[in-house]
Write a protein that binds this ligand. Structure first.
Ligand SMILES: [Zn+2]
Length: 85
């Protein structure tokens, strides 16, 4: 999924905040965060990663999250209801 904030330079990755298990969608280029994939198509509603996690007492480091997909999202039958593209 291309990032609308940085005009497709980055790819938006599903991720999970290690400290609390919260799911986020994070651009790997500009660190824009969305809390729901359905919001990503809108340009202006992102939050900066460091700002987003500051409320949880985190610094905004990538080590504080787990990226849930690797480089190429493989077809996963267990998640067939997600990721229609
Ligand atoms: Zn971006």
């Amino acid at each position: 999924m291309k990032c609308p904030r940085c005009d497709g330079q980055g790819v938006i990755r599903p991720a999970r905040i290690n400290a609390n298990g919260l799911a986020i969608w994070l651009c790997d280029e500009c660190d824009a965060v969305w809390s729901s994939p359905s919001e990503i198509s809108s340009k202006g509603n992102f939050v900066d990663f460091s700002h987003f996690v500051a409320r949880f007492g985190l610094k905004g480091l990538w080590s504080e999250i787990t990226i849930l997909d690797s480089h190429a999202p493989a077809a996963d039958p267990a998640r067939e209801s997600e990721g229609r593209e």
